[in-house]
Design a protein around this ligand. Structure first.
Ligand SMILES: NC(=O)c1ccc[n+]([C@@H]2O[C@H](COP(=O)([O-])OP(=O)(O)OC[C@H]3O[C@@H](n4cnc5c(N)ncnc54)[C@H](OP(=O)(O)O)[C@@H]3O)[C@@H](O)[C@H]2O)c1
Length: 328
């Protein structure tokens, strides 16, 4: 098989060394399915990993990229044929196993999901790990009683990748969405995705009361920290929070009062779900959760632009999803 382009991370002093390298398939982590990567993307975790933060990558060299969408080139797994369109996210790709930031990937067949009927390669790539996280959050919130007539849903970190897709999915499904964002100039973008109200980030509060005015039937939380604590204090009775992110902090300082007096539910979301769960959620994405603004949410770059966009992601200067078109 021909050589292909990759962007990989090598062990360095402090931060990893970033390197564009021409590789062959034997240089990749092992697996029985070889995929021509059409698109990968930048998730917040990729940006952290590219700087050596949070100890995400521990063995080098490593090709980052926690998601990819592409076409099967070769498969020793009978479930996949050459030409099949597939998506792969999580299972350690881009972390413990070479990921999507290369023109070719090699992974075990157990990690490979055929793109559901009705979604294109581009759609699956814009969604990726972020869209799956948004949909899995919605799935879990609805299993816990959320429905549109219960009240508004707050989406924080609203211009982020997961949040942008969540706003779109929630609005398509009939929810009234309030977006919380630190980017006042992106109000038109957030409204175009389906947010009916946009509010600014939480201002610091001194000694907040354990319960505040109840406002939200649901909350999709990318931010964590003080914002998540505020959410616990402002949920409507029976309200459900999907907590998956820590873009604003990892601590959680709250009381049990919202839980025992308002019956709120705090749902932890780990997108590295089992394959049966992925199949259920991706099927919903292609049908009842289907977003309609994916082209608007995506910014498409070439592999050579990846380093600068990793830095911009970490600096919070990005909105929506950044896709890497491997043919560019
Ligand atoms: N648990 C899981 O399995 C899982 C899966 C996917 C993602 N995640 C996590 O979820 C979070 C969002 O991921 P993503 O890929 O959507 O990231 P992203 O695209 O970088 O979006 C994060 C958003 O959070 C907001 N934000 C950033 N810094 C902040 C701060 N200091 N205080 C308050 N808000 C801040 C920004 O939105 P505004 O400027 O609009 O406010 C930013 O766009 C990350 O923490 C990521 O690691 C977890």
């Amino acid at each position: 098989m021909h050589k292909f382009k990759s962007f990989r991370l090598l062990a360095g002093e402090g931060a990893p060394i970033r390197q564009f390298a021409e590789l062959s398939v034997d240089d990749l982590s092992p697996g029985n399915v070889v995929i021509q990567v059409a698109f990968s993307s930048i998730n917040y975790k990729d940006a952290l990993a590219s700087k050596g933060l949070n100890g995400i990558i521990r063995a080098w060299p490593r090709i980052g990229g926690i998601d990819l969408a592409g076409t099967v080139l070769e498969s020793a797994d009978g479930r996949f044929q050459s030409g099949d369109e597939v998506v792969v996210h999580g299972f350690g790709i881009g972390v413990e196993h070479d990921g999507g930031h290369a023109q070719v990937a090699r992974v075990p067949g157990d990690w490979v999901l055929p793109i559901p009927k009705g979604l294109s390669l581009f759609d699956a790539a814009v969604l990726g790990a972020a869209g799956f996280t948004a949909a899995y959050s919605l799935h879990l919130m609805e299993l816990n009683g959320l429905e549109p007539d219960r009240g508004p849903v707050l989406v924080d970190g609203a211009t982020g990748g997961v949040a942008s897709v969540a706003i779109d999915m929630l609005a398509q499904r009939g929810y009234q969405v309030t977006a919380m964002s630190g980017k006042a100039d992106e109000i038109p973008y957030l409204k175009s995705l389906g947010a009916s109200i946009v509010i600014g980030r939480l201002a610091p509060q001194d000694k907040p009361k354990p319960l505040e005015k109840a406002q939200w039937a649901g909350a999709v939380d990318s931010v964590g920290g003080a914002t998540l604590a505020w959410l616990t204090r402002t949920m409507l009775p029976g309200g459900v929070i999907a907590s998956f992110g820590n873009a604003g902090g990892a601590e959680l300082e709250t009381t049990v009062l919202p839980f025992i007096l308002r019956g709120i539910r705090l749902l932890g979301v780990n997108a590295n779900a089992s394959m049966p769960v992925r199949q259920i959620v991706w099927n919903k994405i292609a049908n009842e959760y289907r977003p309609k603004n994916l082209a608007q949410i995506a910014r498409v770059i070439g592999l050579d632009e990846l380093p600068s966009y990793l830095d911009r992601t970490l600096a919070g200067q990005i909105r929506g999803r950044t896709l890497i078109d491997m043919s560019k």
